[in-house]
Design a protein around this ligand. Structure first.
Ligand code: C2E
Ligand code: MG
Ligand code: MG
Length: 776
């Protein structure tokens, strides 16, 4: 079907259906009791049966079984209506044939509505109880007013009469189900309106039949069928309209309150038995008995409904209390409830003795990378797993809560030994990788710990202070590297304040142009002649003077300022190099080495931006090196990896800064397009004195040569270190031996001096090892 009908036509079919239905009804009304009217009726019914297959299939309405049973119901109704005039006057049990068809039709119609209700999640206990109450009243009323009088008609079979009176009862039940459908609908699409119209049509038709039935007629004028024809038309429209797909979609039931629309159905329903007492039907014993039973039942239903409502209220309250005190993701207590749990521990702890309250604040290291590389769903899953593992590892008496994105808080009461053992337990949770959506995620947590004596009088204040201090200690632990733990001490407060002040000042610094770039030469060890320079950012604070990058770069990273700073430094350095090149200050191969932080490398636009800047300042790619730490490659997301490859394709050098201080796994050197390493200062310091450092540098050089990487030694301060580096085959070095980082004019002056007068530091004459293969 989907492929046969063009979408434009399929979209308009319901209008054709509406027009056709009305036309058939007009024909039926104008030529009653004729062959033509029968053809119109049957034609309409068969079309609608087909529509119940075609529409839902075209618009992918779920579930198809619902619409199949509706189609069957429509077919059965048609059979019932068409055979009724013929069978009514036959002997029993023939007349029952029409009713058998109609009854089965009702059953299937009921099934249809029930399936839809189920699909939409709209079946609700309270709605059902309310429905039953209304049904009961309508049932007793229709029995007493319609069915019993019909049954009392002497000259026909009482079974037949009774059956006639029960039709409106069916209708009432179906109408209630449909009303439930509307109660729980958020909006009213055409299909829903169509179904409601169908129900009204059926109800009016059946009521008309039943009223006729009281006067003894089972089958009166064929015009009684007009409402059914309209019902068919409405059903056809409902099935063919595109909104038929919405009928089976979950519409979350709103709170089933006794709303005014519902009360306007319920109140008359409850009054029905009493109102019936005032009518003649209560004069007979059967009538009175029926009214009494219905009255009792409706009171019982009312009571059940009331009790159930109260219970639901209590359950809702408990649920909302749980929601207010628990984290929805992990199900662990949230910060608010953790505060009161820690306050409780503070009241229990010993005011002077050994048992203190310990609070642990955990923050996952590199969680942002997990989120960025694998998506937030995986991040959420990881948080759930961490929560689960923490909860199952530490004893049940120790409260564990989630207090932020990737932050967990634990509380413990006891002496120091126990408190430290708990740190080991927590660390143990992170020893094994977490399996999240088929990925093995290795992650550590930084732990900040605070502790206090018991203080029943100020429990909440102490609890809040403990949590704040644990947080401060956690930040300190983070600063020391991943997987560390730190116990709070009061000096940390001052540090935190200082850090916040610096962050504010740094934002200002960018705007006020307090930053500038200094250049430190990178030289050939052999000749002492610079081959390039590293661009290093400097911050001159108007009051505090020079603030070292080691202090403000980490703050910039945390505060999200590093991209802005890094971009500014890179632009400025490239601009400067462009000027030096055009002035002839530096040679054609002189390169600038620029530091980039991990966050900059996660910007997919970076290669494009860098290539634009190089073009703008007339700097060829081989004159640009980007320095990054090993962590970039170890934690690297797929975006970072792509950025690195694209940068390398541009032709810029990629150097690993502070090489040797980070990770022991060196596989990334082969996986990523790295061109060189900068041996960290810490290894250079001990050269010629510490044998181990000699060996490490020797190994790094051997490995780099094997992989075709260039080597630069950082922090070369003494001739002795230079000799030792040269002896193991290092080609280039950087350090105070040749000069610290200086502003651009000063750097240019020195460079000119070197070119004119030769290097101040004498060149190495011999080449003792012959290992110098890459004069990069
Ligand atoms: P780095 O990239 O390893 O830079 C080398 C650091 O060693 C510089 O410190 C430099 O002044 C210092 N240094 C150079 N020679 C010697 C020496 O002989 N002895 C000693 N003891 N130190 C020496 P600086 O300028 O304080 O920068 C520190 C770090 O801040 C840099 O380490 C780099 O990681 C970061 N940094 C500096 N500028 C930027 C930047 O523009 N962007 C980013 N992301 N980081 C930067
Ligand atoms: Mg560097
Ligand atoms: Mg370095």
């Amino acid at each position: 079907m989907r492929s046969v009908l063009p979408p434009g036509i399929a979209r308009r079919l319901w209008q054709v259906m509406a027009g056709g239905g009305i036309l058939a009804t007009v024909v039926y009304t104008v030529f009653p009791s004729s062959v033509l009217s029968n053809v119109a009726f049957a034609g309409l019914a068969v079309t609608v049966v087909a529509a119940c297959f075609i529409g839902p299939r075209r618009w992918a309405a779920e579930p198809p079984s619902a619409w199949r049973s509706m189609a069957a119901a429509a077919l059965l109704f048609m059979i019932g209506v068409l055979i009724r005039p013929t069978v009514t006057d036959m002997a029993m049990p023939w007349p029952l044939l029409a009713d058998a068809a109609s009854f089965s039709g009702y059953l299937l119609l009921g099934v249809f509505v029930l399936i839809l209700l189920h699909r939409r999640g709209s079946l609700d206990r309270h709605a059902a109880l309310d429905g039953l109450t209304v049904c009961l009243s309508a049932g007793v009323a229709s029995t007493l007013l319609l069915a019993l009088p019909a049954a009392a008609i002497a000259d026909r079979d009482p079974v037949l009469s009774l059956i006639q009176g029960t039709y409106p009862l069916f209708d009432i039940m179906l109408a209630l189900l449909t009303v439930n459908l509307t109660f729980t609908a958020k909006h009213w699409p055409v299909s829903l309106i169509g179904l409601l119209t169908m129900m009204i049509g059926i109800f009016v038709g059946d009521l008309a039949y039943a009223i006729e039935g009281v006067s003894g007629k089972i089958y009166g004028s064929p015009l009684l069928n007009v409402p059914f024809m309209l019902a068919y038309t409405a059903l056809g429209v409902a099935a063919l309209h595109p909104s038929v797909a919405d009928m089976g979609r979950a519409a979350k039931p709103p709170v089933q309150a006794w709303s005014w629309p519902r009360m306007s159905l319920l109140l008359p329903a409850l009054a029905v038995p009493y109102a019936l007492l005032l009518t003649p039907v209560s004069r007979s014993a059967t009538g009175r008995n029926l009214i009494a039973v219905a009255g009792c039942l409706s009171v019982a239903l009312l009571l059940i409904r009331a009790v159930s409502a109260v219970r639901a209220q209590v359950a809702a309250q408990l649920r909302s209390e749980h929601q207010a005190t628990h984290d929805p993701l992990t199900g662990l207590p949230n910060r608010q409830s953790m505060t009161s749990q820690i306050a409780r521990l503070v009241t229990v702890a010993d005011p002077e003795g050994h048992d203190r309250v310990w609070v642990y604040m955990l923050d996952l290291d590199g969680f942002k990378w997990v989120n960025d590389s694998w998506g937030h769903d995986t991040g959420d899953q990881l948080v759930i797993e961490v929560g689960r593992r923490l909860r199952s590892t530490v004893p049940g008496s120790i409260p564990v809560s989630r207090v932020g994105g990737d932050e967990f808080l634990l509380g413990f009461i006891g002496e120091k030994g126990g408190a430290l053992r708990l740190v080991d337990d927590i660390r143990g949770c992170f020893a094994r990788p977490f399996t999240v959506r088929d990925h093995d995620v290795v992650i550590s947590a930084s732990i900040g710990i605070s502790h206090a004596e018991g203080d029943p009088d100020n429990a909440t204040v102490t609890a809040e202070a403990l949590m704040r201090d644990a947080d401060t200690a956690m930040y300190r632990a983070k600063g020391e590297g991943p997987g560390r733990s730190t116990i709070f001490d009061t000096s940390m407060h001052a540090q935190v304040r200082e850090r916040i002040e610096l962050e504010v000042a740094l934002r200002q610094a960018l705007a006020d142009e307090q930053l500038h770039v200094a250049y430190q030469p990178i030289v050939r060890l052999e000749s002492g002649i610079p081959v390039g320079a590293e661009a290093l950012v400097r911050w001159l604070h108007p009051e505090r003077g020079a603030i070292p990058p080691m202090t403000f770069i980490p703050i910039a990273e945390d505060a999200g300022l590093i991209t802005a700073i890094g971009t500014w430094v890179r632009k400025e350095a490239l601009r400067q190099l462009g000027v030096w090149r055009s002035e002839g200050t530096v040679g054609d191969d002189f390169y600038l080495s620029i530091n980039v932080s991990p966050r900059q490398l996660s910007d997919p636009e970076l290669p494009l931006i860098v290539s634009g800047e190089m073009m703008r300042y007339g700097v060829p790619p081989h004159c640009v090196a980007l320095e990054m730490t090993e962590s970039v490659m170890v934690d690297g997301s797929s975006v970072t990896s792509r950025v690195l490859f694209e940068l390398r394709e541009l032709g810029v050098k990629l150097l690993i800064d502070d090489f040797g201080t980070g990770f022991s796994a060196l596989g990334y050197l082969r996986r990523f397009p790295v061109t060189g390493v900068k041996i960290d200062r810490s290894f250079v310091t001990g050269l010629g004195v510490n044998h181990e450092d000699d060996e490490i540098v020797r190994a790094v050089v051997a490995m780099s040569h094997a992989l075709g990487l260039s080597v630069i030694a950082e922090g070369v301060e003494t001739p002795l270190q230079r000799e030792a580096l040269y002896a193991v085959g290092v080609v280039n070095g950087q350090g105070w031996l040749w000069g610290a980082a200086v502003p651009a004019p000063e750097f240019a002056q020195r460079w000119r001096d070197v070119v004119l007068r030769g290097p101040e530091i004498p060149a190495i004459v011999s080449n003792p090892s012959g290992r110098h293969r890459r004069p990069d």
